[in-house]
Design a protein. Structure first.
Length: 86
């Protein structure tokens, strides 16, 4: 593989992997312990949970410090909505 191609691939993939976040459909669990661990693996550090509109709302920060609200279905444990806090 040429050095230019390798460099281009590295520069293309690195920003994406640096800001990985959960996506709709990811199953993170229905209890705080499981959901906190699963969201942390996706780059979202949870600092609060609350019930909202029949869903579990996890407030978390991504690796860049931006705050997000991740909504989880309490039956399946799947992420159903993601909003930025801005």
């Amino acid at each position: 593989m040429s050095k230019k191609l390798l460099l281009a691939l590295t520069l293309t993939v690195a920003p994406i992997s640096a800001f990985a976040m959960p996506v709709i459909g990811d199953v993170v669990g229905t209890n705080p312990t499981d959901a906190t661990a699963a969201l942390a693996e996706k780059g979202c550090t949870v600092h609060e949970f609350e019930a909202e509109g029949g869903k579990i709302e996890a407030k978390c920060n991504d690796e860049a410090g931006k705050e997000w609200e991740v909504y989880i279905d309490p039956q399946s444990g799947a992420v159903v909505e993601i909003k930025d806090e801005d």
